[in-house]
Design a protein around this ligand. Structure first.
Ligand code: DGL
Length: 260
């Protein structure tokens, strides 16, 4: 048996956002061990330059590799667009899974849907996003919507305040009288406030994120590599949460988001 099967899957984000992906991973692979790495000290990534995010992501992966991991899930759309290619080149021995805005499933919600794509400024200006949209353009219309400041509210653990509601009302005001069929949550922080976002649209507007697809893809990759932990004989795995912030509250917020 490959001893690496017992090693944890690392899940990396700029802060508490990737917990929305960790939740999906744990749901479909409860037997796995996980180490969640939130870089809240350096959040938000979305307003940084590509090279800054690349350097931070490399540094975080180096720290995780020292602990021993069998796979890395970059549970951050922003870090994926800035770093996944380089990380794969530099770490060919490691399974590395990234996340991208769920444009493909959004393109299938109806005939030619009009879809708002909420994401960080860095994700939306990267080539990776542009080529993703180009692939599906024609099957639907995708409206990029940078959400400056939303990650900061969520990092504070603010999931339902009036301030958040006002922020969202202002953000969505231009689309109030438009036909919108779907919303892509193209940042892993946003699923934490899904119900607050939903309140601003009619009930038939579909809200989609890439967490579940990313978890399923990770499972496939582990299976192919013979690195899945056995489900029949072993108990549920362990989940360790670490955060670069000195503020202990970030661990508390992470746990609250994971187990709610
Ligand atoms: N959670 C991240 C994402 O999926 C980025 C948030 C940020 O730090 O700006 O894009």
């Amino acid at each position: 048996m490959d001893a690496r099967r017992e090693l944890p899957i690392a899940v990396l984000d700029s802060g508490v956002g990737g917990i929305s992906v960790l939740r999906e991973l744990v749901r479909i692979m409860p037997q796995e061990n996980y180490i969640y790495f939130g870089d809240s000290q350096n959040a938000p990534y979305g307003s940084k330059s590509k090279s800054e995010v690349l350097e931070l992501t490399k540094k975080n992966l180096a720290a995780l590799k020292e602990r021993g991991i069998k796979a890395l899930v970059i549970a951050c759309n922003t870090a994926t667009s800035a770093a996944v290619r380089v990380l794969r080149e530099e770490n060919p021995e490691l399974i590395i899974v990234g996340i991208e805005p769920a444009i493909k499933p959004a393109s299938e919600i109806c005939e030619k849907p009009r879809v708002i794509v909420m994401a960080t400024a860095l994700t939306l200006r990267e080539e990776k996003f542009k080529s993703l949209v180009n692939r599906f353009w024609g099957k639907g219309e995708f409206i990029p919507l940078p959400c400056h400041g939303l990650v900061e509210l969520i990092e504070k653990g603010d999931l339902e305040s009036d301030e958040l509601d006002e922020y969202l009302a202002k953000l969505f005001a231009p689309y109030k009288n438009e036909k919108i069929d779907g919303i892509v949550l193209g940042c892993t922080h946003y699923p934490h406030v899904r119900s607050m976002i939903a309140k601003h649209f009619s009930a038939d507007v579909k809200i989609i994120d890439g967490g579940e697809g990313t978890a399923r893809h990770t499972k496939r990759k582990l299976l192919e590599a013979g690195l899945l932990r056995d489900t029949s004989s072993e108990s549920d795995g362990k989940i360790e949460i670490i955060n670069t912030s000195q503020d202990e509250k970030m661990i508390e917020i992470s746990k609250k988001l994971l187990y709610r």
